[in-house]
Design a protein around this ligand. Structure first.
Ligand code: HEC
Ligand code: HEC
Length: 398
C-alpha cells in the first residue's frame, strides 16, 4: 500500500468515524452502566445517539450522507458517466435513533406472522444482504418467485423489485411483511405484537418522542427505511481508483474496467457508474431455470407488452457477494453471468416469445480473456466497510 493511499484511507476513516454504537455501549457498560438502564421495562436497550459511519450528525439532529462523490458534477443522465460523476438523489435525514431502531426491527423475527422470519432471513448481511439462494424461501418453507436482491445502496434506487413495481422503501416492505408466503403477517398483528412488547414501546419512544405512546405502522416503516438507507457501499477499490488513486486497481482490473466501459461491451451504458445502474428497466432475454416458464417481469405491473421480460438494471456494487445471479438466480457464478452477454442476442429467449430486446444487447464477441477481466473488475466493486452490527440480543427475546 502506498503512503498516499494509507493517508487517504486514514483521513476518510477519521471523517466518517468508524465507531459501532452498540459496541461502544458494551465497552463502557461496566463503568457507566446506570446511564444506560433507562427503566426496568426495557432492560439496558438504548438506541444509538450517533450516526452510522459515512453520515454526519447535523445541528438539527439528523444524519446526512457524506461521500467524496458529492464533490463531482452530475451529468443529468447524459452519456455513460465518467468516473467522477455525482450520485443520484438519495434518502437520508433520519435521526440516529430511528436508524438504530430500524436495525433491531430488521433483524427481529417478531415482524413475521409466526415469529420465525425476519428481513435478515432473506437479506443476510454476511451474504451481501442477499441469501445465497436462487429463489428466496419464506415462512411456508417454499421458494418464492424470485431471488433476493442486495440491499446495499438501496437509498439511491428509484425502482424497487426486479420488475420495478415499487418506488419507496416504506411501501416496498409491506410486500414481504404481509405476503402469505414471505413473512405472513398482518398490519393488525404487527402493531399489536410490538405494542405489547415493553422494550419496543420504550425504543419507539426514543426514536419518535411524542405524547401518544402507541407504536404506529408508519413509524415501523420509517425506522426500517432509515436503517436500509444507512447501508452505503461507496468505498471499494474501484472508488479509490475513481477518486484518483491509480494504484488501487491492478493492470488486469483496469483492463476489465476498460472492457466494461467500452462501446463494444456496453456494460456501463446500463450499469452506469457510480451506482452501476442507470435505474431503468431493460429486456435482456435472460433464461429461466430449466422447467420454469418465462417470468414476464415488468410487463404485468406496467401493463405494457413491450416490457415483457424486462427487469430492473441492478446495481453491481458488492455483486461478488450475491451469487447466484439474475432475477431467478439462474447463473451460479459471475463468469457464467458475464458470458451470457456474448452468447448471441436473444439466444436464451424461449421459442414462440417475441421479446423487445434492448438495443445494447447484441453480439460483442468478447474473448475468454476479456470475460475473465470483466469478472476481475466486478470483484473490485466490493466494499463492506460500513457493515452494520447484527444485534447481540433482540428486544423480542432479550
Ligand atoms: C422470504 C424472503 C424475504 C424476506 C423475509 C424479505 N425479503 Fe426483501 N426481497 C426478497 C425478494 C425475493 C425480493 C425481490 C422480489 C421481486 O423482485 O419480485 C426482495 C426485494 C426487496 C427490496 C427491493 C430491492 C431492490 O433492489 O429492488 C427491498 C428494499 C427489500 N426486499 C427489503 C426487505 C425488508 C425491509 C424486509 C423486511 C420487512 C424484507 N425485504 C423481507 C426476499 C425477502
Ligand atoms: C441493456 C442493459 C444492460 C447491459 C448493456 C448490460 N446489462 Fe447487466 N443486467 C441488466 C439487467 C436488466 C439485469 C437483470 C436481468 C435479469 O434479472 O434477468 C442485469 C444483470 C447483470 C448482472 C447480475 C446482477 C445480479 O445481481 O444478479 C451482472 C453481473 C451484469 N448484469 C453484468 C453486466 C456486464 C458485465 C455487462 C457487459 C458485458 C452488462 N451487464 C451489460 C442490464 C444490462
Amino acid at each position: 500500500m502506498s503512503k498516499t493511499f494509507a493517508g487517504i484511507t486514514l483521513i476518510l476513516a477519521i471523517i466518517i468515524g468508524l465507531a459501532s454504537c452498540e459496541k461502544e455501549l458494551e465497552n463502557s457498560t461496566s463503568e457507566r452502566q446506570p446511564e444506560y438502564i433507562v427503566s426496568e421495562s426495557n432492560g439496558d436497550f438504548e438506541l444509538c445517539k450517533t450516526c452510522p459511519p459515512g453520515f454526519e450528525l447535523t445541528d438539527e439532529g439528523i444524519c446526512k450522507l457524506r461521500s467524496l462523490y458529492q464533490q463531482y458534477a452530475s451529468l443529468k443522465d447524459q452519456g455513460v458517466g465518467g468516473l467522477k460523476t455525482a450520485l443520484p438523489a438519495f434518502r437520508d435525514g433520519f435521526t440516529p435513533q430511528q436508524i438504530d431502531l430500524g436495525r433491531y426491527l430488521f433483524f427481529d423475527p417478531i415482524l413475521s406472522g409466526n415469529g420465525t422470519v425476519s428481513c435478515a432471513t432473506c437479506h443476510q448481511p454476511e451474504k451481501g444482504f442477499s441469501d445465497g439462494l436462487d429463489r428466496s424461501v419464506g415462512i411456508l418453507g417454499e421458494s418464492i418467485k424470485r431471488g433476493a436482491p442486495s440491499l446495499w445502496n438501496v437509498a439511491f434506487l428509484k425502482l424497487l423489485y426486479w420488475d420495478g413495481r415499487d418506488s419507496t422503501l416504506e411501501s416496498q416492505m409491506q410486500g414481504p411483511l404481509f405476503a402469505e408466503d414471505e413473512m405472513g403477517n398482518t398490519p393488525e398483528k404487527l402493531t399489536s405484537d410490538l405494542n405489547s412488547n415493553q422494550t419496543y414501546l420504550a425504543l419507539f419512544q426514543q426514536a419518535f418522542p411524542k405524547s401518544n405512546k402507541n407504536i404506529e405502522l408508519n413509524e415501523i416503516y420509517l425506522a426500517i427505511a432509515a436503517f436500509e438507507s444507512s447501508l452505503i457501499s461507496l468505498n471499494s477499490r474501484y472508488d479509490q481508483y475513481a477518486h484518483g488513486f491509480h494504484g488501487a486497481l491492478s493492470e488486469e482490473e483496469i483492463e476489465g474496467m476498460n472492457v466494461f466501459r467500452s462501446f463494444v461491451a456496453r456494460c456501463a451504458e446500463c450499469h452506469t457508474p457510480p451506482l452501476f445502474t442507470n435505474q431503468q428497466l431493460a429486456v435482456l432475454g435472460t433464461p429461466e431455470p430449466d422447467g420454469r416458464p418465462l417470468d414476464a417481469g415488468a410487463e404485468a405491473p406496467y401493463n405494457d407488452g413491450s416490457l415483457r421480460g424486462a427487469f430492473k438494471i441492478p446495481s453491481l456494487r458488492n455483486v461478488a457477494l450475491t451469487a447466484p445471479y439474475m432475477h431467478s438466480g439462474r447463473f451460479k457464478t459471475l463468469r457464467e453471468t458475464v458470458e451470457f452477454y456474448t452468447k448471441g442476442r436473444g439466444h436464451a429467449v424461449p421459442e414462440g416469445e417475441n421479446l423487445y430486446l434492448h438495443w445494447h444487447i447484441w453480439e460483442p464477441d468478447l474473448t475468454d480473456t476479456e470475460l475473465d477481466r470483466l469478472v476481475d473488475f466486478l470483484q473490485t466493486l466490493t466494499d463492506e466497510s460500513f457493515m452494520p452490527k447484527r444485534p447481540d440480543r433482540l428486544p423480542s427475546n432479550p
